[in-house]
Design a protein around this ligand. Structure first.
Ligand code: NAP
Length: 455
């Protein structure tokens, strides 16, 4: 019998194990989800909203328990885990209150007596989700999908199965029908069988681009729609008029929050030549001062990475970048302590062709890149296989906006780290994926956008 084994990344100790489902058991749960769909799709938005508000209340009431669970399973510092649960409740309330408006019929004037576009649910959606925001990523998919009248099945990352079960329990406790939202603890090698199940109508994946390629190609073979939220190597351009105190504070938070493991985190800092040395000196001081510690300790600025194998892979990327001529300014050594810790690290003078420039560094490692002028900075920022988030730091908003419009990314923020906000669409271009989550754009991904014509 197979199990997913949960290791606390702060200690390296096994804390739980959960039995995996066989493919046949998973298919049974999908059939239940499809049965639930036949009734759920007939509910009104108001009826669904009542349950969604209950789910928000359950998330609020159990915030501490859920936050401690996330921290235990993937190492996020506890304050950030609490914020994650709060954001989940916010998403529930946003879609509970807004879905009727977001999915309202759109009348279109034609030669018909009456013609309009209506948005109808499509069935059971499969979500393959990552561990880095173990509650939020799931909620960001499930809440709009269910409010639109679909049902959902979750294949969560193996190392956060406790969070997956807690979420399944929360939906049940809120009064959602059995099968409206179900957890499938399956090995990723069985995801193909799940996608091919006749009751699965579409797939959304948040994770790395190799996982995205695999899942999207299987779904493509089966003509099932996909949304892909993949990796990123977000560039932040630091212009020569930037407030360097503010810029280095943002750069420190950007690289260390969630222990450096956020898809939309600032990863490559493209700094104009005239302020490059000053930026680097101040940034090094701040990254060095940030406290790495137990994730349950409120004083810790950042904790361990989620898994030791991911920490070891990141270290290999750092060594490779240095061997390619990158300058190690800070960190870069695996500490002599238990757990999957990696110190705040800065790699400077990076150029295209180096590992730290070309690929995603998913941990507390910053890439610093020198640019001659604004045009060179834009070219370096866009010289990437990814295009998820991006940013510009400047005291001149007009100059910042002009540059933001030239960046090849799903979002560009001026003087702020990229955040996901339910009122605005979220997603990427290039190898960061396709499709959008959140706002009207997200909820309209998994519906039948249907034309009605009355002659
Ligand atoms: P991952 O290894 O790709 O895993 C993500 C999910 O996909 C997990 O549930 C994993 O299951 C599953 N999976 C992996 N390979 C698969 C395959 N070949 N077929 C089917 N399922 C497969 O990514 P991760 O390490 O958890 O997360 C880090 C990556 O996600 C980073 O690149 C990050 O930038 C990206 N990310 C993107 C967003 C966004 O919104 N764009 C948000 C968060 C993270 P197992 O755990 O069982 O392997």
């Amino acid at each position: 019998m197979e199990h997913s084994i949960i290791i606390n990344p702060a200690t390296g100790e096994e804390i739980a194990k959960y039995k995996r489902l066989t493919t046949a058991e998973a298919k049974d749960k999908i059939a239940v989800s499809n049965t639930a769909y036949t009734n759920w799709k007939l509910k009104t938005y108001e009826e669904r909203a009542v349950l969604m508000h209950k789910l928000a209340a359950i998330l609020d009431e159990n915030k501490e328990e859920y936050a401690q669970l996330a921290t235990r399973e993937m190492g996020k510092v506890i304050g950030q885990s609490r914020k994650e649960i709060e954001k989940c409740a916010l998403i529930c309330r946003y879609y509970a209150d807004k879905t009727k408006e977001l999915l309202a019929d759109k009348m279109v004037k034609t030669e018909a007596t009456k013609s309009y576009v209506t948005f109808q649910p499509i069935g059971v959606i499969l979500a393959v989700m990552p561990w880095n925001f173990p509650f939020y990523q799931v909620i960001r998919f499930a809440v709009p999908a269910l409010m639109a009248g679909n049902t959902g099945v979750l294949k969560h990352a193996s190392n956060v199965q406790g969070c997956a079960l807690a979420l399944e329990g929360a939906f049940i406790k809120a009064g959602f029908p059995v099968g409206a939202f179900s957890n499938l603890n399956v090995d990723s090698k069985h995801v193909k069988d799940i996608i091919e199940d006749k009751n699965i109508v579409a797939v959304t994946l948040t994770g790395s681009d190799p996982a995205g390629r695999s899942v999207a190609s299987i779904a493509g073979q089966n003509l099932k729609k996909t949304v892909m939220e993949l990796g990123g190597s977000d560039a932040y351009i630091v212009l020569d008029d930037a407030n360097l105190e503010q810029a280095t504070d943002l750069a420190t938070l950007g690289r260390l929050q969630n222990n450096g493991q956020t898809c939309i985190a600032a990863k490559r800092f493209v700094v104009l030549d005239t302020i490059y040395d000053e930026f680097l000196a101040l940034y090094s001081q701040k990254m060095k001062a940030a406290i790495m510690g137990e994730p349950t300790d409120e004083a810790s600025y950042y904790g361990p990475m989620a898994r030791a194998d991911l920490r070891d892979e990141l270290h290999e990327q750092v060594l490779k970048t240095v061997a390619q001529g990158g300058k190690l300014v800070l960190g870069g050594e695996i500490p002599n302590r238990k757990g999957a810790y990696y110190p705040a690290t800065i790699l400077a003078d990076l150029k295209p062709g180096m590992e730290g420039f070309d690929n995603e560094l998913f941990g507390p490692v910053a890439s610093v890149i020198r640019a001659k002028d604004d045009a060179d900075a834009v070219a370096l920022a866009n010289n990437s296989q990814y295009g998820l988030g991006s940013g510009v730091l400047t005291t001149n908003n007009e100059r910042g906006e002009k540059i933001a419009l030239q960046l090849e990314a799903g979002s560009s923020f001026v003087n702020k780290l990229v955040v996901s906000d339910p009122r605005l669409p979220f997603g990427g271009v290039k190898n960061s994926g396709y499709g959008r989550e959140l706002a009207a754009y997200g909820i309209q991904e998994f519906v039948n956008t249907k034309t009605i014509w009355i002659d």
